[in-house]
Design a protein around this ligand. Structure first.
Ligand SMILES: NC(=O)c1ccc[n+]([C@@H]2O[C@H](COP(=O)([O-])OP(=O)(O)OC[C@H]3O[C@@H](n4cnc5c(N)ncnc54)[C@H](O)[C@@H]3O)[C@@H](O)[C@H]2O)c1
Length: 326
């Protein structure tokens, strides 16, 4: 029996693939390599195509049958918030279309287990600083809506044909479990700061007048290696009777943008003095995961704290093509 990892060559997927492979498990990856490269998964079998394309269901069915798949982890999605606002239909076609094709193939072949990459984006701009899974879900952009709709589709398939699923709502994913598996996209805070430093520019901080102790936004940073472990925990939990379906994955603690930038400066030995710019729209002052539910149901805790996360991100950056010479 094998696990199908869709989007397994990506930043987070490749970490899960590495953990499964190190554990000696059979894996097959489907990935169109639109935001990744095949070398991230070594010798793990890779079938390259777009799961949202017309006719993809038949190809997924073939992969499931050829590799004797009994569980699916679904990472493949477009994830740029700004792009989702500009091109909503592309996001619905890709993220929802891909999900529907995948589930149709699972229904046809009787595969009943799925772990889905959801996101803290499903909460939008919550009033409470610490969000529990039952907090109101009101995403504020098409990207976040594709994640929430994804969860609804999974719940409908559970009712209709007995799908067993878990949606993991990731908070701010960062770091690298192995230096060669760093986040190559420059979209999250830490890679954005490193990208500016690599260009000899000052990091940018958007707003320092929020109602937080140092005036900058507070977020919950989770090490990608811990997040990958959460998928393993969820896979095991799916074999039992889970009382819930959606789970936050965060540390339950927050760090401010200023703290992150300062820690990058001290870890790297570079001058990371930031420039303060205007606030960006849609940034809540404080967004932290309640990590209680996943602890209670799966005995999972994300343990890495900010300095370790940033050290691993720095090491991965320095191992890559845009190494910063000091
Ligand atoms: N990185 C984060 O901070 C974060 C936070 C919350 C949720 N997520 C979610 O986690 C998942 C993985 O994110 P990531 O950071 O690893 O992104 P990523 O872009 O590195 O990985 C996505 C992978 O899926 C592949 N892919 C995308 N669309 C595809 C398609 N239609 N068909 C086949 N392959 C496709 C890409 O080539 C890539 O290898 C995504 O669903 C994302 O929305 C990420």
């Amino acid at each position: 029996m094998a696990t199908l990892v869709v989007g397994g060559a990506g930043y987070i997927g490749a970490h899960v693939v590495r953990l499964l492979a190190d554990d000696g498990q059979d894996i097959v990856v489907i990935d169109d390599l639109s935001t990744s490269t095949a070398d991230r998964i070594g010798s793990v079998p890779l079938v390259r195509f777009d799961v949202a394309a017309e006719g993809a269901t038949a190809r997924i069915v073939e992969v499931i049958r050829d590799h004797d798949v009994d569980a699916v982890i679904h990472f493949a999605a477009r994830k740029q918030v700004g792009e989702s606002v500009a091109k909503p239909l592309y996001y619905y076609q890709q993220n929802i279309g891909g999900m529907v094709n995948l589930l149709a193939a699972m229904e046809e072949t009787g595969v009943k287990k799925m772990i889905f990459s959801s996101s803290a984006a499903v909460y939008g701009e919550p009033e409470e600083a610490v969000v529990v899974e039952d907090s109101r879900t009101e995403p504020i952009n098409p990207y976040g809506r594709t994640k929430l709709i994804g969860e609804w589709i999974l719940a409908d398939c559970e009712r209709a044909w007995g799908l067993k699923w878990v949606g993991l709502r990731y908070f701010n994913v960062a770091g690298a479990g192995w230096p060669e598996l760093g986040d190559s996209a420059v979209m999250n805070l830490i890679p954005m700061v490193l990208d500016r430093l690599a260009k000899g520019e000052q990091p940018r901080v958007f707003g320092d007048d929020y109602p937080t102790p140092d005036g900058t936004c507070i977020r919950d940073y989770v090490h990608v290696r811990d997040l990958a472990q959460a998928h393993i925990a969820a896979m095991h939990a799916l074999d039992g009777d889970l009382p819930n379906r959606v789970y936050n994955v965060g540390t339950g603690t927050g760090a401010s943008v200023k703290e992150v930038v300062e820690t990058i400066g001290s870890v790297s030995g570079l001058d990371a003095t930031p420039v303060i710019e205007e606030r960006r729209a849609g940034d809540p002052p404080k967004l932290i995961a309640s990590a209680d539910r996943i602890k209670a149901d799966m005995d999972f805790t994300a343990t890495a704290q900010l300095p370790e996360i940033i050290s691993s991100a720095w090491e991965a950056w320095q191992a890559g093509p845009r190494r910063i010479e000091k």
